[in-house]
Write a protein that binds this ligand. Structure first.
Ligand code: NAD
Ligand code: UDP
Length: 393
């Protein structure tokens, strides 16, 4: 198998098997990273999370992997890193720690700002400290939201400089972080992530911590978040891919927050995971760096995303698309008080390209086709049952 054949890094050196402490391994990104590490590498994963539903297909009942080709290489530990004394021991046992744990759904930023700040800053502190004190390498997941709004967003609507990349392109080592006022609690997440980035950077500068910071730009694909009322709370608000999938599965119009004029670039999770694997296996090229990971070629407005998803869903489900696929909703109605938005997010790819030679491959249409095929296959029946059932009193 790929795991046993000899593999080499970007500089031609053989890659040695390592043990990785992956915190938040049961989430969307973690589940794809675990899959990749199990099927294509010889590495061992200590998978820490409070949930394991999304990696259960990799585990047996005992939380290991007996019976799989990767038996003995993945071990699930049900741990809440907020309060668990086993954390330091697991970091010490590992060569590398990857921290994915976070509250990272925008619906929480303004409604649960304390949980958001604690999760993204306070709870991440001991992880950084244990890595630094024990001389362990850390790959920490930050966010593209760290950039906040673009400089161009402050120019008049049709000002020509808005077309100039200097005013919108997001560069790791150049762009400022521009957040709204404190009462716009949307920015609690970005601000907490910014401070933990600065702390990690300072641990590197003052104490020699070997770190890599990842800034994901809207990674999407199968297993992202939950479908409200099916595998998550019916009143829950996940990120846009799951919101729109839910609407399509239920035959409802897709809700455009404040007209859906914000722009995003979406990257396929499987492309993005390739970048993370390169970081894991090329420490000499990744340490000390902050990397944007996204697909600058896949830019759409949220409205365009909604229209494309309706078209793709109709194709993969065989159901006719609605004549009016979308409906406008105010952000106050949808998210509540204190919501605000990033206007535009195009990642500069110079640094990751130079250090790791990585480039995203999958077009927005293609990644939506495979993702919505998965959504339809996974949820269509369950939704039919849930909506047909008379409500029990
Ligand atoms: P996710 O919510 O699916 O995964 C996070 C996982 O962390 C969850 O399984 C959760 O149970 C776990 N977790 C949270 N708090 C924990 C705790 N105290 N103890 C143990 N486990 C805990 O989110 P994701 O999309 O996989 O994101 C992973 C990371 O990437 C996050 O740090 C997020 O901020 C960052 N990120 C992701 C995206 C994206 O496009 N998906 C964009 C920007 C940033
Ligand atoms: N959004 C929307 N309708 C929805 C869910 C989200 O219009 O049902 C918008 C949201 O306001 C934002 C964009 O979609 O402009 C992306 O939201 P997401 O929650 O995925 O996270 P973000 O990219 O803001 O971090």
């Amino acid at each position: 198998s790929a795991a046993s054949s000899s593999r080499s890094d970007l500089d031609g050196n053989p890659i040695k098997a390592m043990t990785i402490c992956m915190i938040g391994a049961g989430g969307f990104i973690g589940s794809h990273l675990c899959e990749k590490l199990m099927s294509e590498t010889p590495h061992t994963v200590l998978a820490l999370d409070v949930y394991n539903d999304k990696i259960r297909h990799l585990l047996d009942d005992a939380g290991t992997a007996a019976g799989h080709p990767w038996a003995g290489r993945i071990h699930f530990h049900r741990i809440n890193i907020k309060h668990d004394s086993r954390l330091e021991g697991l970091i010490k046992m590992s060569d590398l720690t990857i921290n994915l744990a976070a509250i990272c759904t925008p619906a929480d930023y303004n409604t649960r700002p304390l949980d958001t700040i604690y999760s993204n800053f306070i709870d991440a502190l001991p992880v950084v400290k244990y890595c630094s004190e024990n001389g362990k390498r850390l790959i920490h997941f930050s966010t593209c939201e760290i950039y906040g709004k673009t400089i161009g967003s402050f120019l008049p609507k049709d000002h020509p400089l808005r077309q100039d990349p200097e005013f919108y392109l997001l560069k790791e080592d150049v762009s400022p972080c521009i957040f709204g006022p404190i009462e716009k609690q949307r920015w609690s997440y970005a601000c907490a992530k910014q401070l933990i980035e600065r702390l990690i950077y300072a641990e590197g500068a003052e104490n020699g911590l070997e770190f890599t910071i990842v800034r994901p730009f809207n990674w999407i694909g199968p297993r992202m978040d939950f479908i409200p009322g099916i595998d998550g709370p019916s009143e829950g608000v996940p990120r846009v891919l799951a919101c729109f999938s839910n609407n399509l599965l239920r035959g409802e119009p897709l809700k455009l927050v404040d007209g859906g004029q914000s722009q995003r670039t979406f990257v396929y999770i499987k492309d993005a995971i390739e970048a993370v694997l390169l970081m894991i296996e090329n420490p000499a090229r990744a340490n000390g760096h902050i990397f944007n990971v996204g697909n600058p070629n896949n830019e759409v407005t949220v409205k365009q995303l909604a229209e494309m998803m309706s078209e793709v869903y109709s194709k993969v489900s065989g159901e006719q698309a609605r004549e009016v696929p979308t409906v406008d909703v105010s952000s106050k109605e949808f998210y509540g008080e204190g919501y605000d938005d990033s206007d535009k997010r195009i990642p500069d790819m110079t640094i990751i390209n130079k250090q790791l030679g990585w480039n995203p491959k999958t077009s927005l249409w293609d990644l939506l086709e495979s993702t919505l095929t998965y959504q339809h296959r996974t949820y269509a029946e369950a939704i039919k049952k849930a909506t047909a059932k008379p409500v029990a009193s």
